[in-house]
Design a protein around this ligand. Structure first.
Ligand SMILES: [Fe+2]
Ligand SMILES: [Fe+2]
Length: 125
């Protein structure tokens, strides 16, 4: 992997993460009645999405829809078969109940995503 490939991966991860953080900050500002600041966070979050999408394009990750469905199915499958079960178990052993709940909620939903992606893939083939 070249330096630029590595930098694109890092920048993409950072922009994506910042997008979600800003959305969460916007929710918090709204809870505190700070509507203008909430709007500021939402607008910046939108710009971070544009940056992330642009980096992703430069990474060449987006291919045909058939290939994207295959990639998405495999990604959801990895979450279901190894990542989330391990994370849930580790959070349980560290008595991190909120993390257990969050991982479990995502784990359950990924099953639905995998099913839907596989169905779409079969229809498209
Ligand atoms: Fe950005
Ligand atoms: Fe998912």
């Amino acid at each position: 992997m070249s330096k630029t490939d590595e930098n694109l991966r890092i920048a993409f991860a950072d922009e994506s993460q910042t997008n979600i953080e800003y959305l969460a900050y916007a929710h918090k500002a709204m809870d505190e009645g700070l509507m203008e600041i909430a709007q500021l966070f939402r607008e910046a979050a939108g710009a971070e999405t544009v940056h992330a999408l642009s980096h992703l394009q430069a990474m060449g990750v987006v291919r045909t829809t058939l290939e994207n469905l295959e990639d998405a199915s495999e990604g959801e499958d990895l979450d279901i078969s190894s990542i989330y079960p391990k994370f849930i178990e580790e959070a349980r052993s560290e008595r991190r109940e909120e993390a257990v709940k969050s991982f479990t909620m995502a784990f359950e939903r990924e099953k639905h995503h995998r099913t839907m992606f596989r169905k779409a893939l079969r229809r498209l083939k």
